[in-house]
Design a protein around this ligand. Structure first.
Ligand SMILES: [Cu+2]
Length: 226
């Protein structure tokens, strides 16, 4: 990753996250327009000498400045709701895998095939090679096939955790005694990094998540070999 890449979010790896980025940009554009307008009105009303101390009300202008913000809010609320429901939608999944949060590591189960189970711990800095990210890489990555609908079932064994991967637009709480569900559809091969996002104890910062998406053929090969 380039120097600037270290300061930025990973690019979207799923269409849901792509939509979230678009929505973010759309909302920021509206915010910029409002900020510019308010700044202009504030400076101009400080500078000019247009004063009328008999002015008590103006029905028309009041109607306009009540309705315009309401319409502006609709332009944010409607796409936001669309995105909310898209994120929540579970299509017919091709496969399911399970995530269990522990203090302080993740464990994964693939029980659709033979029952594959493994723990995923953060790699200690001493054992890293130069292509890996400190505090972010794990010993056992989650391997998933790309271009397929995947269901994630998430729970925790001890305390609250949260399985979060920004580039997939996924952040689902891992709650003891509860099973949460999420949907993933990764649209290209690569690595997705994430971290536990619920303060879960002393080593909360040291239970990262790495998802590796590969082609379906390679995924089947991986399943057969593990
Ligand atoms: Cu945690």
């Amino acid at each position: 990753m380039a120097t600037w890449g270290n300061y930025m979010m990973q690019d979207a790896m799923s269409s849901i996250m792509e939509q979230m980025s678009f929505f973010h940009d759309h909302t920021i554009m509206i915010l910029i327009m409002i900020t510019v307008m308010v700044a202009y009105i504030m400076t101009s009303s400080m500078i000019n000498k247009l004063i009328n101390r008999n002015l008590m009300e103006g029905q028309n202008i009041e109607l306009i400045w009540t309705i315009l913000p309401a319409i502006t809010l609709m332009f944010i609320a409607l796409p936001s709701l669309r995105l909310l429901y898209l994120t929540d939608e579970i299509y017919n999944p091709d496969m399911t895998f399970k995530v269990i949060g522990h203090q302080w590591y993740w464990s994964y189960e693939y029980s659709d095939f033979k029952s594959i189970e493994f723990d995923s711990y953060m790699k200690p800095s001493k054992e890293m090679n130069s292509s890996e990210f400190r505090l972010l890489d794990v010993d056992n990555r989650v391997i998933l096939p790309m271009n397929s609908q995947i269901r994630v079932l998430i729970t925790a064994a001890d305390v609250l955790h949260s399985w979060a991967i920004p580039s997939l637009g996924v952040k689902i709480d891992a709650i003891p005694g509860r099973l949460n569900q999420g949907a993933i559809n990764i649209n290209r091969p690569g690595l997705m990094f994430g971290q536990c996002s619920e303060i879960c104890g002393a080593n909360h910062s040291f239970m990262p998540i790495v998802v590796e998406s590969i082609s379906m053929n390679n995924f089947i090969k991986w399943i057969n070999e593990s």
